[in-house]
Design a protein around this ligand. Structure first.
Ligand SMILES: *[C@@H]1O[C@H](CO)[C@@H](O)[C@H](O)[C@H]1NC(C)=O
Ligand SMILES: *[C@@H]1O[C@H](CO)[C@@H](O)[C@H](O)[C@H]1NC(C)=O
Length: 425
């Protein structure tokens, strides 16, 4: 009995030993692939995060690195190796940049609801540096792959006008992007402006997002679509929280190989030392409470051809060099303003991810989100009211848009909605 059980024990021990060896080799393989991924992520982080002159910890957990202006990610681009940074645009819509500046300093500054970013509470970046939100390991690990980090999914563009390609039902429906927008097309555009109500829409699933922005589009909706985008977004996937953040985007090939959010690839050249792209903004508007908005202007400098970006009245953030683009190297063929969400529910169903305030346009001010004073820049570098403004939404029972115009707000629209509701399964 003793022997028998001893034999069993020995065999048992052997089995356990083999089992453990198996586990060890398995965990070695796992550890090897984990460390390979870690290495890949670390390499990517080293490329993205530039040496900082000073670092500032934001109350929301972000770290903002003040990076010397000539060490920013743009200069990793082979075409920008010998680029001389333009420290200001030559022209501002409606006149020479200097003319505007002079008149600005003569007038007392009218800043209704000044744009602030949370990290400003804990410091400023020194002259000659630009603030860059530091990318953390977990940010990259949330992406489907290191390569996809910081990129929009292919063809996430609202297509109000049926193009040959959008006859393809897959394309219309691709990856559950839902929009409620106003747009103009059929002319040559050299920029766009809007004042955008700021909210913090609720996101139901971590892989969804909700944003409000303007699009400057060039070319058709094919593989070579050019787009410049700016606005605010809530994207747990990109930032790891539900904060409302300023963002930009660009692509010159319909979101395939070129472009990215913010400064997550080389392209955009930042000159401003106060605004960090991808950083949280505060305060945000609340239902039947004080409303906050930010204005954004994107325009093409008629002299150098670069596309400049301005936040508010005071911050000329920087520019996208003209050579990044094909169609937009000349002009834009369409401008869009409005909201976009990703809906992860399949088969025509919806999640309750909100667009704008999460309330429909009918509710109006302090309840529904708005874009006001929307304008385009024409071929004489003048800001003009948009002519022939159209609207588009995939399913108005889920997210809707309504335009209007008056003396104060010029051309405006309310947009957004709650997603899933009794009329939107
Ligand atoms: C974001 O909001 C969703 C619900 O709207 C919540 O489930 C999630 O935990 C929040 N995420 C973070 C990081 O706070
Ligand atoms: C998207 O596709 C689903 C079927 O997968 C369909 O029921 C729904 O109507 C489509 N939505 C749009 C906007 O085409």
């Amino acid at each position: 009995m003793g022997d028998f059980s001893g034999g069993r024990t020995r065999r048992g021990v052997l089995l356990v030993v083999f089992w453990m060896l198996g586990l060890i080799s398995l965990s070695c393989a796992a550890r090897l692939s984990v460390s390979k991924q870690k290495l890949q992520v670390q390499k990517h982080l080293n490329r993205l995060n530039k040496a900082a002159v000073k670092s500032i910890k934001s109350p929301d957990g972000d770290i903002v690195d003040c990076v010397h202006i000539s060490h920013q990610p743009a200069f990793d681009h082979p075409f920008l190796k010998d680029h001389k940074i333009q420290m200001r645009p030559n022209y501002h819509p409606e006149g020479l940049f200097d003319d505007n500046k002079v008149s600005d300093t003569e007038k007392p500054k009218q800043r209704s609801n000044p744009l602030t970013q949370l990290w400003h509470m804990n410091g400023k970046c020194p002259q000659g540096t630009i603030p860059i939100r530091r990318i953390k390991e977990e940010d990259v690990l949330r992406a489907s792959s290191v390569k996809r980090y910081g990129r929009k999914k292919h063809r996430a563009i609202p297509q109000p006008i049926p193009q040959p390609r959008s006859a393809d039902p897959d394309l219309m429906n691709e990856s559950g992007h839902q929009h409620a927008i106003a747009y103009v097309e059929g002319d040559k555009y050299y920029g766009a402006k809007a004042t955008i109500n700021v909210w913090e829409p609720k996101i139901q699933q971590p892989n969804e997002f909700s944003l409000s922005q303007l699009w400057i589009l060039g070319g058709s909706f094919g593989e070579d679509l050019n787009s410049i985008e700016a606005g605010w977004q809530v994207s747990p996937d990109l930032y790891g929280d539900n904060n409302t953040r300023l963002f930009t985007y660009w692509t010159s090939d319909a979101y395939q190989a070129t472009g990215c959010y913010n400064l997550l690839c080389s392209g955009f050249i930042q000159i401003d030392s106060e605004i960090a792209m991808g950083a949280s903004i505060s305060p945000v508007s609340a239902y039947r409470n004080p409303q906050y908005d930010i204005s954004m202007l994107v325009w093409k400098d008629p002299k150098e051809g670069h596309w400049w970006l301005q936040f508010g009245n005071d911050y000329v953030l920087g520019y996208w060099p003209s050579f990044l683009f094909s169609y937009l190297a000349d002009s834009a063929s369409m401008i869009e303003w409005g909201g976009e969400v990703v809906n992860s529910e399949p088969d025509g169903h919806h999640t309750s991810t909100q667009m704008g305030s999460g309330h429909f346009p009918e509710e109006g001010f302090a309840k529904s989100s708005y874009f006001r004073n929307i304008q385009v820049v024409d071929d004489s570098n003048n800001l003009k009211a948009p002519k022939g403004l159209g609207t588009f939404t995939e399913q108005s029972n889920c997210y809707d848009v309504q335009t209007g115009s008056n003396g104060d707000w010029g051309h405006y629209f309310y947009y957004g909605g709650p997603g899933k509701n009794p009329n939107c399964p």
